[in-house]
Design a protein around this ligand. Structure first.
Ligand code: S3P
Length: 167
């Protein structure tokens, strides 16, 4: 299988769950970009947004992703907004297999309604807000090499489909 896999998609689409499960099933190291940023800065993503703003977060996020672009054996999960950056997108499309984990706004809403660490949704958390953000991003998400709908599928089913694609 191709050994550098990148997961993209909206908040709550399952990038971390699926990425770490794929890692366990294949023995390939799994890295969550947001978690790495939180470890580096010793702050949560929400705290980074609050203290330094979204633009600063985007800069750090891009730098962090580019630390991995020469990897040959890695599963990487990006924050939901990271694939909006053209340079990041083009680079990852060349060096990795990019997988878009697709989910409808209502499915995403149900998955993240109890989570507090999504600064973009703090002020206006609704299915409509998620749909609004998704509408802006979907064109780029769909540039991934492979898309899989994650609603109504178990993590194991999703990973099985991904493994079949990667073979
Ligand atoms: C964001 C998604 C978050 C995190 C930050 C911004 C976004 O990651 O990077 O809150 O712009 O969609 P997840 O997609 O892992 O929740």
């Amino acid at each position: 299988m191709k050994n550098f896999v990148v997961f993209v998609g909206m908040m709550g689409c399952g990038k971390t769950t699926i990425g770490s499960l794929l890692g366990k099933r294949t023995g390939i190291n799994f890295v969550d970009v947001d978690l790495e940023i939180e470890k580096d800065l010793k702050m949560s993503v929400s705290e980074i947004f609050n203290e330094f703003g979204e633009q600063y977060f985007r800069k750090i996020e891009k730098q962090k992703i580019f630390e991995y672009v020469n990897e040959k054996n890695l599963i990487l999960s990006l924050g939901g907004g990271a694939f909006e950056d053209e340079e990041t997108r083009n680079c990852l499309k060349k060096c990795a297999t990019v997988i878009y984990l697709k989910a409808s706004p209502s499915c995403l809403f149900n998955r993240i309604k109890n989570s507090i660490n999504r600064p973009l949704l703090h002020k206006n958390f609704s299915v409509d807000t998620i749909a609004f953000i998704l509408k802006k991003r979907i064109e780029n998400y769909e540039k991934a090499h492979f898309t899989i709908d994650t609603c109504q599928k178990s993590p194991d089913e999703i990973v099985n489909k991904i493994l079949r694609f990667l073979k």
